[in-house]
Design a protein around this ligand. Structure first.
Ligand code: GLN
Length: 194
């Protein structure tokens, strides 16, 4: 299995480091042709308007949409915004997931925070299901999920911060910035036959 990380802008290097530590073959993705070489793709955190604009300039929007119809894609933070149908902003989106997003949902004063979350889906990876320490940086909120998209992580007040729709995964937070690799292993499991 070879996993690509969209390397237009943002913290793609951190995702690549975790994947390598798990013994996974990785590839930085910058062109449509490179998508043919990989079995799954991560879209990293960064600035969603910039990543979307560069993807548009590089002719990647339609190839990424086609990729997500067949293979797993995981978007973290800005990547989650790109996967959404609507982010209340005029910016290029892949519109692959039936989720609506509020960007920078936690306000300017509290742009970053960390919190332990209970994420039952991770039991598949580690039955102990210890709390997941999530890092939020100018994070978006998943304000609603439709169709067969479903929440997989919520804040204690019920607001949705991770969702899954079949082979597509969106997290508001940054699993690539913690030593806990359960989310990366969970994503890898989406590409395996069940
Ligand atoms: N605030 C950024 C955006 O709206 C996302 C932040 C991040 O990826 N850490 O695109």
């Amino acid at each position: 299995m070879k996993i690509g990380v969209l390397a237009l802008q943002g913290d793609f290097a951190e995702h690549i480091a975790i994947l390598r530590s798990l013994g996974v073959e990785t590839k930085e993705i910058r062109t449509a042709e490179q998508l043919n070489e990989i079995d799954g793709l991560i879209i990293p955190g960064g600035e969603s308007t910039t990543i979307g604009k560069l993807a548009n300039d590089f002719g990647l929007i339609q190839p990424l949409k086609d990729f997500g119809k067949k293979k797993p894609i995981w978007g973290t933070c800005a990547g989650a915004i790109l996967l959404s149908k609507d982010a209340h902003n005029d910016q290029p989106l892949l519109s692959l997931m039936d989720i609506h997003i509020t960007r920078n949902a936690f306000g300017r004063q509290v742009e970053s925070f960390e919190i332990d979350l209970d994420i039952p889906s991770l039991k598949k990876i580690d039955p102990s299901n210890k709390p997941y320490h999530a890092i939020f940086i100018r994070a978006p909120l998943i304000e609603s999920v439709q169709s067969d998209a479903h929440p997989i992580a919520k804040l204690p007040d019920g607001r949705i911060v991770a969702a899954q729709q079949r082979n597509l995964l969106a997290t508001s937070f940054h699993p690539e910035l913690t030593p806990d690799d359960r989310f990366h292993r969970y994503f890898l499991s989406l590409g395996q036959p069940t």
